[in-house]
Design a protein around this ligand. Structure first.
Ligand code: HGY
Ligand code: MN
Ligand code: MN
Length: 398
């Protein structure tokens, strides 16, 4: 095993301790522990010969000069996200950033390669404000007022950054390719006994919030027939969502969060807010499934005397990654002696935000146990080694 692969894994585990919550890993958009991540990773970036900066969206950026042929310098961006879900594992997102720094270190003082920019995006999960991909959208230049809400702008200022500088965060015009290393976060590679997977496309993703409004009343004196119980209505709907998803091949739907008011044992719930996350590789199927789920909520609300409101938070189209870069990546995987496996990504990634603006590729590393968004998330050192070899080859060939 290479010492560098061990160093990558150790760095990810050390950085997992940069958390808002003692004893578990939770690091949201521009939260205080993000300063520690910038400091620790920034140090390694400098040791690897990189110029380090933090842009106005809170993205950590390290640039390693490459060959300067006098004509237009070419730049490869290797990036992923630094933020996490609550009670996260140690590798989702941050592995892709640490891999970039490790590759910069492995290049030593070689100059026969493009300029390398490693970016740690400040927000991909969308946990703090319900708005995902803020960091990569700043780089892509696709921030708008639906993303830069007053709360987001305040968070940028509170972190010590100036929102007026956001335009300067945009991707360098030298950038010719984007590569993201990421754990698969699923069971496929492990079930096939493969270390690496080349991502052909990323499924589309809808995120919505729904509100069920009934009427609070006394839990002891209100006959069942007279109730307008928002939580019972939401529960019936959640089962309908699950049934619809099970019935549609390739569709996944998740109600990940639920909040009930007044949230008291002896009061019939008056108001329930739930999230909905729906994904599919075909945007048409995803949109029609969401429509069906909203219609089911209206039917249930109608029958139970519950008012329904919904808010769309994200409608991210499925994204095919760059065919030429996929071929380059396949050649690199084969050249360093590993089987080539092409696959879809069921998880969303920053690569889908960059892909419309720059040729983008993703390389998955096997997820032991197929688990992610959980403290048991892991990687295998030999697979990190393989990814480093592929990365060095890719930097040379891109
Ligand atoms: O939700 C996702 O797919 C990613 O982990 N943000
Ligand atoms: Mn994630
Ligand atoms: Mn991720």
């Amino acid at each position: 095993m290479s010492a560098l692969a061990d160093k990558v894994i150790q760095y990810c585990r050390d950085l997992a301790r940069c958390s808002e919550e003692p004893g578990r890993t939770t690091r949201t958009f521009l939260s205080p522990p993000m300063h520690d991540v910038h400091r620790l990773l920034g140090e390694w970036m400098r040791q690897a010969g990189m110029q380090v900066s933090v842009d106005a969206a809170g993205n950590l950026r390290g640039v390693r000069a490459g060959r300067n042929t006098g004509i237009k310098t070419r730049r490869l961006v290797i990036a992923s996200h630094l933020d996490t879900v609550p009670n996260a594992g140690a590798f989702d997102g941050i592995l892709g950033v640490v891999m970039g720094v490790a590759l910069a270190e492995a290049l030593g003082d070689r100059k026969d390669c493009p300029t390398l920019e490693v970016i740690g995006f400040s927000e991909e999960e969308g946990v703090r404000f319900g708005i995902p991909f803020i960091g990569s959208r700043a780089i892509a230049g696709t921030l708008d007022e639906t993303i830069l809400t007053p709360a987001v702008v305040d968070a940028i200022r509170a972190f010590g950054l100036n929102p007026a500088d956001l335009p300067a965060a945009r991707l360098s015009s030298e950038a010719v390719a984007y590569l993201e290393f990421h754990i698969e976060q699923g069971p496929v590679l492990e079930s096939l006994g493969l270390p690496l997977g080349i991502v052909d496309a990323i499924v589309g993703q809808s995120r919505l919030n729904l509100t069920f409004r009934g009427r609070a009343n006394h839990a002891g004196t209100t006959p069942m027939i007279l109730r307008r119980d928002a939580l019972a209505a939401a529960s019936e709907w959640i089962f309908r969502v699950e049934k619809l998803a099970v019935g549609e091949p390739g569709l996944v739907a998740t109600v990940g969060s639920i909040m009930a008011e007044p949230n008291a044992t002896n009061v019939i719930p008056e108001l329930v807010r739930v999230s909905l996350d729906v994904r599919h590789s075909c945007d048409g199927t995803r949109h029609s499934s969401v429509a069906e789920m909203l219609a089911a909520a209206d039917q249930i609300g109608e029958r139970r005397g519950i008012a329904l409101f919904h808010e769309r938070r994200l409608d991210q189209a499925a994204v095919a990654l760059d065919a030429k870069l996929r071929d380059t990546l396949s050649r690199c995987v084969r050249a360093v002696g590993y089987p080539v496996h092409h696959m879809m990504s069921g998880a969303g990634h920053d690569a889908m935000i960059l892909a419309p603006h720059i040729p983008a590729a993703m390389l998955f590393l096997r997820s032991p146990g197929g688990i992610s968004h959980h403290p048991d998330e892991a990687v295998i050192a030999a697979d990190v080694d393989a990814a480093i070899e592929v990365g060095l080859r890719f930097i040379h060939d891109v």
